[in-house]
Ligand binder design. Structure first.
Ligand code: ARG
Length: 453
């Protein structure tokens, strides 16, 4: 029954059969395997390696198999080890000995490299769309909530006032780079490995450019040993995915913090939260917690493949079959996380008053007092010192900077005047920071306009 049984005298141990098989997961490559085989069969006839009639018969057989796969009727078997042999065996069952001509000038080694590339091309395009969608949700939210002012943080300590829109656009910019990373990775995925054979190419006069054209690849690999021995393109994708998850995880962390009673900045919609089986008051932010949690598993897949590959001599080694489960799981995890995030964010309400109130404490306008003194001719270092003392006084007197009377301001410097009150109003502080990329409303509007196109 085995397609390679010729030189064997004993049948495979049952446990070995299961241990060795990849069909339990690489069945996901079925449609890509068929797509690749069709192009290969077409090329074999085009080059006169097999007859046109044989090629047509093979392609029709593969079409039928594709229909079986799509209808969920194809029976994958462990005895046939992997997706490649499952499909080839089905083909010969269907069309007889001519099916055996399909594997001319091909090895499973260049075939599997092709399948993974075809799969990944497809998935990268889908993930890019999902990233774009989430970017759009963030930009829309930024626009709708452009008037909300909140504290910006460093060390999770209130630092300077910003706009919520500024915070949301920060994530959109991160996602935009994630999108670019995927596009860049795509360029190296989009190279045809087929024609590399097991490791040393083939004697048959095949036409690799023809296959590349058929399958829409931008180029063909230039070293057969390299093409069948590397999974660096998978590693790159896992790294880009890890970076996406890292960004989603940080946003998750903020949503979790912001929905605590201590912050109380957001209300995630009920549809995206769960309750407690014992504490009736609870509404838990499970979704961001899970996305944060799943980030670790994607990092795990990246690390696993790096470690799997690090000691392998050229060219193909069976260790490389371990590239798939982590890849498939990463694709599923990143896709669902992006999708659920887009929907959850679109259903999140921001509490404008609480965010504004949080800018009142914590001296977020202290830098603006120093800048005020600088405007009046005082060197920045001296101004910093003066404001530090003023803040200390406020802490001791349990006052905000805006509570100080002019007489109190003058204790610290006689250049303080009535205009200090306007200078330290939070809106003034935010909108004065109008440098490129700053939180001023005009600048945010400009960036929104730019990013929406
Ligand atoms: N199932 C194998 C994999 O995923 C396909 C390649 C097998 N090649 C071989 N020489 N055993 O890597």
């Amino acid at each position: 029954m085995k397609l390679w049984a010729g030189r064997f005298q004993e049948s495979t141990d049952k446990l070995v059969e299961e241990f060795n098989a990849s069909i339990g997961f690489d069945y996901k490559l079925a449609k890509y395997d068929i797509e690749g085989s069709m192009a290969h069969a077409k090329m074999l006839a085009h080059c006169g390696i097999i007859s046109k009639v044989d090629s047509q018969e093979i392609i029709s057989g593969l079409e039928e198999i594709l229909a079986e796969v799509n209808a969920g009727e194809f029976e994958f078997t462990v005895e046939l080890e992997d997706i490649h042999m499952n499909i080839e065996k089905r083909l010969t069952d269907k069309i007889g000995a001519v099916g055996g001509k399909l594997h001319t000038a091909r090895s499973r080694n260049d075939q599997v490299a092709l399948d993974v590339r075809l799969y990944l091309r497809d998935q990268i395009n889908q993930i890019k769309e999902l990233v774009k969608q989430l970017e759009k949700v963030l930009l829309d939210l930024a626009e709708e909530n452009i008037d909300i002012i909140m504290p910006g943080y460093t060390h999770l300590q209130r630092a300077q006032p910003i706009r919520l829109a500024h915070h949301l656009i920060a994530y959109q910019q991160k996602l935009k780079r994630d999108y670019e990373r995927l596009s860049d990775c795509y360029k190296r995925v989009n190279i045809l490995p087929l024609g590399s054979g097991a490791l040393a190419g083939t004697k048959f006069s095949i036409d690799r450019e023809f296959v590349a054209q058929e399958l829409g690849f931008a180029g063909v690999s230039q070293n057969s040993l390299d093409a069948v021995s590397d999974r660096d393109f998978v590693i790159e994708f896992l790294a880009a995915s890890s970076t996406i998850m890292m960004h989603l995880s940080r946003l998750s962390e903020e949503l979790i913090l912001w929905s605590s009673s201590e912050f109380d900045f957001v209300e995630i919609s009920d549809a995206f939260c769960t309750g407690s089986s014992i504490m009736p008051q609870k509404k838990n932010p499970d979704i961001p917690e899970l996305v944060r949690g799943k980030t670790g598993r994607v990092y795990g897949h990246l690390t696993q493949l790096l470690v799997t590959m690090k000691g392998l001599p050229l060219a193909y080694n069976k260790d490389m079959q371990e590239d798939k489960e982590g890849l498939f799981d990463t694709v599923d995890t990143v896709k669902v996380s992006l999708e659920i995030f887009a929907r959850m964010m679109a259903n999140t309400k921001f509490k404008a008053q609480n965010m504004k109130n949080a800018t009142e404490g914590g001296f977020v306008n202290a830098t603006d007092v120093a800048d005020y003194l600088v405007d009046k001719g005082i060197p920045f270092r001296e101004a910093h010192e003066v404001v530090g003392k003023t803040v200390l006084y406020c802490i001791q007197e349990n006052k905000k900077l805006s509570d100080l009377s002019l007489a109190e301001w003058k204790i610290f410097s006689d250049v303080f005047d009535e205009d200090i009150y306007h200078a330290i109003a939070v809106e003034t502080c935010v909108d004065a920071r109008d440098t490129i990329g700053g939180p001023a409303i005009e600048e945010i509007k400009r960036v929104l306009e730019q990013e929406k196109n």
